[in-house]
Design a protein around this ligand. Sequence first.
Ligand code: I3S
Length: 128
Amino acid sequence: EPSSPKAPTSPSEKCGVLNVTKITEHGKKVRKNWTSSWTVLRGSSLLFAKSQGGGTSWFGVGQSKPEFTVDLRGGSVEWASKDKSSKKNVMELKTRQATELLIQSDNEGIINDWFHTLQDTISTHAWE
Ligand code: I3S
C-alpha cells in the first residue's frame, strides 16, 4: 500500500549566497554594510559567513569563517518597505534580541524561497 502523502515540511538545512546587512543591533541603529554572505540555515539558527571566491562559487566554502548567527525563534520576517532600501527583493528579519537585518538577492526565485523557508522555520519553532 502506498504511503500517504506527507505535508510539506520546511527544510532544516538550506544554504546559499545572499546580500545581507544589519540595520539594528540589540535595538540600536547601526550603519548599513551590505555584504555578500554565505548563508546557512540549520534548525532555528541562521548563520552568515563571508562569501569567499566571489558570488556563487563553491570554492572556499569550507574556509569561510562565520561572521554571525541569529536565532530565528520568536523572530519575524516580512518584505521590506521601499524606505528601507533602494534595492529590489529585500526582506527584513527581526529577531527577539532586537537585531534587524535586511536580506536581498537580485534573483526573485531565490529570495522567495528563502522568505518562505524562514517564515516556515519561525512558525515551526514558535513555541520553543
Ligand atoms: O538607507 P541608506 O542610508 O540610504 O543606505 C545606503 C547607504 O548605507 C550606502 O552607504 P553609505 O551611505 O554608508 O556610503 C550604501 O552603499 C547603500 O547600499 C545603502 O542603501 P541601499 O538602498 O542600497 O540599501
